[in-house]
Design a protein around this ligand. Structure first.
Ligand code: FMN
Length: 309
């Protein structure tokens, strides 16, 4: 039986599958449920300084057969309330990565500091949400901001800092390099891809916010290309996210250079049972391919590309 353990940035997980931020991470019970269903760990919803209701509906719609177009507007209960939920998951032994979003380096650092006592094993910086004014990719498209925010958080906490990057930029590699310069222990890529749908009968965008972010299988090749390029350009580990539905998708990300992967839209479509399926299928797939451990697959496609190129 293949060894599925994942190790990166000083974090050890029983398998490389993490629950992605913003999906199913509403409560401590739901975080715990994802772990009990087989996830190696979970990433919380992105939490800000104050509670936010998010945008008015419609905030999400199904795109084609297996994707979402969303502009939720970062709804969250705020940093006063949410640590209570993390505590529920931590009490059950769940490895929790806390996700935070702020308007500037100082706010990010304060939020991260507030989350540390809950026992999170790392903090993920949402520098990449494509549809919230003043937050996310508005900051995260600028390498100087990515570096400054990362540096401020690294100074404020003693746990690994993961910068989650946006694909909505000319060069995601520059963002990854900026995160590395800022002291990030890892980067995750990608958040959703800026997108739009129009209701021709109403003559207006389908989402109340207009522009949104695309997730699901349509963005997998984009995420893979980002992980591939980043892993060739920085020394810190990469966490892959975007459109993973099957063990083969996950293995593609590992071979492109990801040390672990996050699963979002597939959880929303299939429920948390997706984790048990992915774990069993990845184990079988690695056995079939004669790969003894998931860790052996990390970056494997680069070596082959180098040999044949
Ligand atoms: C409804 C929804 C809400 C999301 N909320 C967040 C969030 O709060 N913070 C964040 O960093 N990413 C958020 N994301 C992005 C996902 O974590 C992930 O990066 C993206 O959806 C691509 O992965 P997927 O194709 O597996 O869903 C959200 C995505 C969706 C679909």
């Amino acid at each position: 039986m293949a060894d599925l353990r994942a190790r990166f940035a000083g974090i050890e997980l029983r398998n490389p599958f993490l629950l992605a931020s913003g999906i199913w991470g509403e409560s401590g019970e739901s975080l715990k449920g994802a772990y009990e269903a087989g996830a190696g760990g979970v990433v919380t919803k992105s939490i800000g300084s104050a509670p936010r209701p998010g945008y008015p509906n419609p905030t999400i719609e199904t795109y084609e057969r297996f994707g979402f177009l969303n502009a939720m507007g970062l709804p969250n209960p705020g940093i006063e309330e949410y640590p209570r939920e993390i505590a529920v998951a931590r009490a059950a032994g769940v490895p929790v990565i806390g996700s935070v979003f702020g308007a500037d380096a100082d706010e990010f650092a304060k939020l991260a500091e507030r989350m540390v006592p809950t026992g999170i094993c790392a903090v993920e910086l949402n520098l990449s949400c494509p549809h919230a004014e003043g937050f996310g990719s508005e900051i995260g498209q600028d390498p100087a901001e990515v570096e400054a925010v990362t540096k401020a958080v690294v100074r404020a906490v003693r746990i690994p800092v993961i910068a989650k990057l946006t694909p909505n930029t000319a060069d995601i590699v520059e963002l990854a390099r900026a995160a590395e310069r800022g002291g990030a222990a890892a980067v995750s890529a990608i958040n959703t891809v800026r997108a739009l749908a129009i209701d021709v009968r109403l003559r207006r965008p389908t989402l109340s916010h207009g522009l949104g972010g695309l997730s699901g299988s349509a963005i997998k090749p984009i995420g893979l290309a980002c992980v591939w390029q980043i892993s060739e350009s920085v020394k810190i580990p990469v966490i892959g996210v975007g459109g993973i539905q099957t063990a083969e998708d996950a293995l593609e990300y590992l071979m492109a250079g990801a040390s672990a992967v996050e699963i979002g839209t597939a959880v929303a479509f299939e429920g948390i049972g997706v984790f048990g399926r992915l774990v069993a299928d990845l184990s079988r797939l690695l056995d079939e391919l004669g790969i003894p451990a998931a860790a052996d697959a990390v970056g494997a496609a680069h070596h082959v590309a180098a040999r044949s190129g």
